[in-house]
Design a protein around this ligand. Sequence first.
Ligand SMILES: Nc1ncnc2c1ncn2[C@@H]1O[C@H](COP(=O)(O)OP(=O)(O)OP(=O)(O)O)[C@@H](O)[C@H]1O
Ligand SMILES: [K+]
Ligand SMILES: [Mg+2]
Length: 682
Amino acid sequence: MEKSATFNRAMMGRAVGESFVKLDPRVMVKNPVMFVVEIGFVITLFLTFDPNLFGGHYPPQQRAYNLVVTVVLLVTVLFGNFAESIAEGRGKAQAESLRKTKTDLLANRRLPNGTFESVPATALRKEDIVRVVAGETIPADGEVMEGLGSVDESAITGESAPVIRGAGGDFSSVTGGTKLLSDELLIRVTVNPGESFLDKMISLVEGASRQKTPNEIALSVLLAGLTLIFLIVVDTLEPFAHYVHGTIDVATLIALLVCLIPTTIGALLSAIGIAGMDRVIRFNVIAKSGKAVEAAGDVNTLILDKTGTITIGNRLATEFIPVGTHTEQSLIGTSVLSSLFDETPEGRSVVDLGKTKGVSYVREEYNNAENVEFSADTRMSGLDLPNGSIVRKGAVDAIRQYVQQHGGTVPGDLEEKTRRIAVEGGTPLAVIQDNEIYGLIYLKDIVKTGMRERFNELRKMGIKTVMCTGDNPLTAATIAKEAGVDDFIAEAKPEDKMRLIRSEQEDGKLVAMSGDGTNDAPALAQADVGLAMNTGTSAAKEAGNMVDLDSDPTKLIEVVAIGKQLLITRGAITTFSIANDVAKYFAIIPAMFMAVLPSLKALNIMFLTSPQSAILSALIFNAIIIPLLIPLAMKGVKYRPMSATAMLMRNIFIYGVGGVIAPFVGIKIIDLVITALGLAHI
Ligand SMILES: Nc1ncnc2c1ncn2[C@@H]1O[C@H](COP(=O)(O)OP(=O)(O)OP(=O)(O)O)[C@@H](O)[C@H]1O
Ligand SMILES: [K+]
Ligand SMILES: [Mg+2]
């Protein structure tokens, strides 16, 4: 992902152009506050041509005044559109660079007779099988069926370190557009054209599928309500003026209305949301919805999977430890046999370690045996041999239970040896043939770097971390301690992960989940924030509402900060906008009625030169405050790790008071300029 994209001249130019395109009423109507401004612009435009359109006998000079109001109204709308276009700009640039990776590719598709044909990648469909060799670009998203190789995913992640992809387990998914660096893979395509991860990423960064969040919708409704109220207020001014034997012209009423309705937040609302999503993307996280980012701002608990999430996930067999009366040699034999068709990284590593110790089996000789694949539910894998014998390897508690159920005995030294592996943070797998426990396989995995510091930071933010693993309690305890999580749950099945999330949610907590496996998918879907690792399976990436391209489970830290910042920025600018409008009310109303009711002169506390100048100054101030606040809307208010309520109160105070003072200063300055230019009496 391009991290350095800045606001260059080309992006500015495009944003200006788009500000005009967005004037289309069909687009504007989605933003009621600014749509009212646009309608006002159209009416004053007509009044510029014919000042007496709505009756009255206005002198020809009225045209000049109406023209100025018209221009300022148009500029107001354009400023709002510009804010949105600028916010969209970076995503559009990023989408363009991603599109470049979608060049015309050819794929080697397998025919029913087993031979291969060359077809354009765009012709590939779900369930097609393709062969990719080193140096080629992977033509579509899929699952590796056979082979193991290193893949350069930098086209999507921006990271250049190659990752290992292979059949079976949590590392079997590959993404179209990435490049195979070594070996050869047989891949089963899992998506139809147009539905790929890259396609989805493009539409997400581009904001094409952006939907307003519930918070944003609620605020829009509130703003529309305020607009309606002011419409009624302004509407009653005319009869009131009439009553005191004066008239107020329509252009002035429109100008007044626009000054009073919440145009500042109305203009910046969508830019704030887009900029928030964009900030998330710059941390290499793809958020599928703004709602997920906002939810992250209030997260209380983070649940994490262990293998592949907290640890690197490359669990490799390093030692065979026999138990009871069994020899190492007989254990190796059983272990390798149980893994003969196990395509997970664990299974393959057992076969490899066996080979280095001089034990190997010919697969073809076991074609009649039934392969029992590993599942997260049974936590075992192995073979059913044609002679009725069974071989299994699996989590020690699962194997122990199996043996006891089938009337076998558990050797006395099993527990002690299991302990030894587990306290070191390794994963012990017990190996059996029928009811006999032969011994243990020692699987080693390492904790990703920097986890402890990152979990400390989460703790400071008030977020509790819980590791939830299918592994045994001792291994879990060791890894939990090494990584520095607050709590852990061991021997968890997929439903247990989901149940844990539900129970936290029932206590009124917002829960985030980081995971990578297919067995994490239900939990990722259930969580308020589901952060899937990019190294994970496509099921996990599909189920989560965020994908971290760097596969760092603690990336939640950045997302939480951005979520909080997003909520607070929106609150701050809303407060500022409404405080502004109230202040403007007191600035303009006295000036406006000065002409008809000289006694109101006393209320002209700002000593504005003339009623026209007062109106125009307020209207101009109202317009230029929008671009002045664009940087704040884009960058967000400064975030400090403090409680959300404390921060909100602090910001409401700053932006509320600032919002009341700013218009008095701003309007006065503009009035002085208008007067100096001799335009106070147009
Ligand atoms: N290929 C395999 N064959 C047999 N048993 C396995 C295999 N892979 C893992 N196991 C056992 O099953 C347990 C659960 O594995 P799984 O990868 O589903 O864990 P999980 O629930 O995702 O938790 P985590 O990823 O945090 O370890 C492992 O701890 C291990 O004991
Ligand atoms: K306003
Ligand atoms: Mg897992």
